[in-house]
Design a protein around this ligand. Sequence first.
Ligand SMILES: C[S@@+](CC[C@H](N)C(=O)[O-])C[C@H]1O[C@@H](n2cnc3c(N)ncnc32)[C@H](O)[C@@H]1O
Length: 270
Amino acid sequence: MAEAFCPGLIGVQATSETAIAEAAELATLLGLPLLDVDAAAAQDRFAALLLVSPGVLALSVPDRPGQKPVQVDFGAAGMRHRRRGGQNELLGRAVGVGKKSPLRVLDATAGLGRDSFVLADLGCAVTLAEREPVVAALLRSGLVRAGNSADAWLREVSGRMVLAEGDVCLMDAATLVQQDVIYLDPMFPPREKSAAVKKEMALFQALFSRPAALGDADALLAWALRAPVARVVVKRPLKAAPLADRPPSHAIRGKAVRYDVYVLSGPAPG
Ligand SMILES: C[S@@+](CC[C@H](N)C(=O)[O-])C[C@H]1O[C@@H](n2cnc3c(N)ncnc32)[C@H](O)[C@@H]1O
């Protein structure tokens, strides 16, 4: 199978002298080339750059200068706004918030962690699995930043989130057996039209060679349904077929997305 990720296309660059050591450490960790702080010309050789500032990691695409770099910022206005939207309530109902405290949710496709953060804000203890090392690095940076925030709410919510880098299908049995629910959002469907979502999709599609391989998502569902959990929840575009054409026990429909809920005979929450 082709490698999912094209490391040669991404460079790491510090945005100031004070972040050089952090950038060098990250480049070594990810096996990516390190650019000099002032290497403006060299940027063209890369599809994307991981920009390291003290305490903040961001991913930018040099040939799209108008676009703001993507970063994980759980304290951003968008996250706070989302908190008040009805969408959160749907996600909470889908995973079964209220059935147990804390409900332990494995977000098997954590991405930039927005759904995980919503779940943690609803009181769930969330394990975030992410297999793409660059995305995992962005997540780690966002979690550390939230944990060090002056905002007590951010510190408390991020305190319920734990990153588990790697392919979730290879997760150790001891971690898996602790989970009540597995949540899947495996694809980047064009389900939202906002500029921010388009920007992220373009970035991710530029970086990953199998961004939305349907077969991959079907296999992920098959794995989740074999796991020792009480339920599996899959986020789908509103009108899409269920993953693997496997009908859920029930579905919760929002304006743009649907949550397919598979109730299993695994350990019941509560
Ligand atoms: C659509 S994104 C998830 C977006 C996320 N729900 C959010 O709110 O930001 C899907 C993510 O799942 C990750 N992924 C897909 N299959 C995976 C697997 N088997 N193990 C771990 N991560 C996986 C991809 O690398 C990608 O970052």
